[in-house]
Design a protein around this ligand. Structure first.
Ligand code: PMP
Length: 386
């Protein structure tokens, strides 16, 4: 990777230079006043980004899968029922994690590129009466976004604890944890939060903590157990220190800087910027004949795009885009893995980034002998942003 290359995969993303500089700052002790101040403030800012004023934030060293593990292991006791609304690879991973902790899991699976029909979810909620309902806000394997608000409200109506995997949505797409009735929303640092990989972020509602406190058996995962982490997060929020596992000091510095930038932009403006750039990028690829994996515009994420290769082109073609300085990702959903590719456009992404990405795609298509209306993509992109 040269410093001039564009990493346009759906995470890790391109990071802001100011955020990256924090990774090389002198590492303070985790009990130093300087670290306590920055970690405490970061935890408060996480609540603001999740729009969860009543929530309890957790920021723990690990990837997004740890955040999923924390949600499942702290809420589930063996025999509890869970309903998973699956829109792809990452929803299925959540089902596997829930099962690992002894849940009786029902999976409602959508076709690749589509969502589960809402009435089916309602009917299963009524039939299964699950303790936990999970959904993937944006399944990164398909670029499909679910209606997290409607699903969360349905879950609440049926008394389920609602868990939203927001790894590919938080800080990019609209997510209002408190207002929508979400009990655990979770993400990872390397996506729209804009920090190098290594942090699991999660916010728990008062109901989620109540359910955790009402457990009859200890949490089966030692590292994930809120019994260990709750006193730590509460201490830093009160600008005190406590120890369970050494916090990743420089990642927290980077998080502090990125959250500062995110809140300075403002959540509504940030969501609007992601939508505007996504709409323009999607208009551009449509103009050169590329078809999206999401079956309808309303179910397409605005943090990424999943696009079918045109006829006669396969994953080897991504190397031609790479030669043009832009890194894209291949397919991931098992049903269509070899037929599509993925583009991330989240975080500090700009007009220039999506234009350069589209230009590299057009150039690589031309170099592969694919016929299309040359230049039409950039024209459509510019028109959409005008
Ligand atoms: N959920 C979603 C929606 C994701 O996109 C990812 C990662 N791409 C994960 C969970 C897992 O995160 P990680 O790779 O950081 O463990």
């Amino acid at each position: 990777m040269s410093e001039r290359d564009l990493l346009m995969i759906p995470g890790p993303i391109n990071f802001d230079p100011g955020v990256l500089r924090e990774m090389g700052a002198p590492t303070a002790g985790h009990t130093s006043p300087e670290f306590i101040a920055r970690f405490g403030e970061s935890l408060e800012w996480v609540k603001q980004v999740f729009l969860a004023p009543t929530g309890t934030p957790f920021v723990i060293a690990g990837s997004g899968t740890l955040a999923m593990d924390i949600a499942a292991s702290n809420l589930i006791e063996p025999g509890d029922r869970a309903l998973v609304v699956s829109t792809g690879y990452f929803s299925d991973r959540m089902a596997a994690i829930l099962e690992r902790y002894g849940a009786a899991v029902t999976v409602l699976r959508a076709e690749a590129g589509d969502v589960v029909v809402f009435d089916r979810v309602e009917a299963e909620l009524a039939r299964v009466q699950p303790k936990v309902l999970t959904m993937t806000h944006v399944d990164t394997s398909t670029g499909v976004a679910v209606d997290a608000r409607a699903l969360a409200q349905a879950g609440r109506r049926h008394n389920a604890l609602v868990v939203v995997d927001g790894v590919c949505s938080v800080a990019g797409m609209e997510l209002q944890q408190d207002a929508w009735g979400i009990d655990i929303a979770l993400t990872a640092s390397q996506k729209a939060i804009g920090v190098p990989p290594g942090l699991a972020l999660l916010v728990a509602s008062p109901r989620a903590l109540e359910a955790f406190r009402a457990r009859s058996k200890p949490v089966a995962n030692y590292y994930a157990d809120w019994t260990n982490w709750l006193p730590i997060m509460e201490a830093y929020l009160a600008r005190k220190t406590a120890y369970f596992g050494t916090p990743p000091v420089n990642l927290v510095y980077a998080l502090h800087e990125s959250l500062r930038q995110i809140l300075a932009e403002g959540m509504a403006a940030r969501v609007a910027r992601h939508k505007r750039l996504s709409d323009a990028f999607k208009a551009g690829v449509r103009a050169i004949g590329l078809k999206q994996v999401p079956v309808r515009a309303e179910v397409a994420a605005t943090t990424m795009s999943a696009l079918y290769y045109p006829d006669g082109i396969d994953a080897k073609w991504l190397a031609k885009v790479r030669e043009r300085g832009v890194v894209l990702a291949g397919g991931l959903h098992p049903a269509i893995r070899d037929k599509y590719f993925r583009v991330g456009h989240m975080g500090v992404v700009s007009h220039a980034d999506i234009a350069a990405t589209l230009s590299a795609i057009e150039g690589a298509l031309l170099a592969s002998g694919h016929e299309f209306d040359e230049g039409a993509g950039l024209a459509a992109l510019e028109k959409a942003l005008a």
